[in-house]
Design a protein around this ligand. Structure first.
Ligand SMILES: N[C@@H](CCC(=O)N[C@@H](CS)C(=O)NCC(=O)O)C(=O)O
Length: 214
């Protein structure tokens, strides 16, 4: 059988989301590097995998997907019996996970991704951080984290006492932000802080981080 292929790079947050899911599921896969400096993602053959020219792209046999969150949902359902159950519970529980997945994508990620770019990635590329953008997005992220703090007072993870895709989707940006001044937003909220420490210590996530050292 053709192996699962992930086209992307270990530093990309969206690629990391897919890699974390594959490691949680204990699946074999091939990471196919995309030379973004050479603009490989904006040319064929990559555009045949994702016409929007963004990483990651994903192949499982003849199935080709893009959009990291759609890919993780496919993996969690297709390989439900392997590794960690990332979509646990009955249909009502699954619907609650679905809500938390949407909250990550539409409430948490816009601010978290802008802060990741300004505080973690721009310095790596020798670019200057825009303080006004940081201030605006720290305020936005703080409001989301206040809601998470209330939620996490009732359960260990965002939807229940087991780790699901909803928690996993937060890992890439949280990992970057914990290495920046935005860490204070997590540290000042005890339940959020304990949750972030727990999910970033997962063995599957540590394997994603190890890929960055190669
Ligand atoms: N919503 C997409 C976002 C993908 C995305 O933004 N990928 C970034 C890397 S993390 C990228 O390819 N950036 C290059 C570009 O947009 O040209 C997903 O979750 O897969």
């Amino acid at each position: 059988m053709a192996p699962i292929k992930v086209h992307g790079i270990p530093l990309s947050t969206a690629t990391q989301r897919v890699l974390a899911t594959l490691y949680e599921k204990e699946l074999e896969f091939e990471l196919v590097p995309v030379d973004m400096k050479a603009g490989e993602h904006k040319k064929e053959p990559f555009l045949s995998l994702n016409p929007f020219g963004q990483i990651p792209a994903f192949e499982d046999g003849d199935l080709k997907l893009f959009e990291s969150r759609a890919i993780t949902k496919y993996i969690a359902h297709q390989y439900a019996d392997k590794g960690t159950d990332l979509a646990c519970g009955d249909n009502k529980q699954k619907a609650t996970i679905g809500v938390a997945i949407e909250v990550e994508a539409h409430q948490f990620d816009p601010a978290a991704s802008k802060l990741t770019w300004e505080l973690a990635l721009k310095p790596v590329f020798g670019m200057v951080t825009d303080k006004a953008v940081v201030e605006e997005n720290e305020a936005k992220l703080a409001k989301v984290l206040d809601i998470y703090e209330g939620r996490l007072a009732h359960s260990k993870y965002l939807t229940c006492d087991c780790f699901t895709l909803a928690d996993l989707h937060h890992l890439p940006t949280i990992q970057y932000l914990l290495g920046t001044e935005a860490k204070k937003l997590f540290d000042s909220r005890p339940h959020v802080s304990a949750w972030a420490a727990d999910i970033t210590a997962r063995p599957a996530w540590c394997k994603v981080l190890a890929l960055q050292k190669h």
